[in-house]
Design a protein around this ligand. Sequence first.
Ligand code: C5P
Length: 236
Amino acid sequence: MHHPRDRLIVALDLPSVEAAEALVDRLGDAVTFYKIGYQLAFAGGLALAEKLIWNGRQVFLDLKLHDIAYTVEMAAASVARMGATFLSVHGYPQTMKAAVDGRGDSNLRIVAVTVLTSYDDTDLAAAGYDFTVAELVAERAAQARDIGVDGLVCSGEEVETLRAMVGQSMVLVTPGIRPFGAAAADQKRVKTPFEAITAGADYIVVGRPVVEATDPRTAAEAIIAEIAAAAGADML
Ligand code: C5P
């Protein structure tokens, strides 16, 4: 496994490249992995992603792709050429297969979102699905594994079940993390970094607890220490 530091992915959920670069500067060499989502991607964040990669950082492009297979395949190929480490796609079989084809033998790894955590059983029914969230998560995780997708984005509550299901063959990336004592904000089912890593997460994604901290670097270092403690506990 990687150094505990490389298992923390800081979500750059910020409105501008200037704000994101200021945070990256403050975090310095404490943080090696960044996630760029819709908000920043559509405000110059893709150029920032290239710059971060050029500076030796790893980047997770959280663009949750879903389109016809050809479009997804070409998009994944472009992202692979950028040198990104992770790209997220929605967990539809055609989309997942196209993304895996598009990343080819590059270093890009495709991570699938099974069911968005903002969806409950009622939301799925409203969207026309005759599955519970738990059933659809399990079904799509099995499809992802069989297609050769590299990883899954999953909540702290799902990690243990999914790890048991896919074994060590896939990376599990877990958002919704709140260090001990941090405000949960709008995340309802939160885990601490220690809990998520102990449950089997390979990477944790943390946004506001770092981005909004008075001292982001100290906040990030405290999270990395929790990851290290959990990783150490794993090896006992
Ligand atoms: O600020 P916070 O730590 O809640 O940020 C979590 C990040 O992970 C956000 O960028 C959010 O979009 C993302 N995410 C999430 N829950 C998911 C998938 C992604 O919170 N199920």
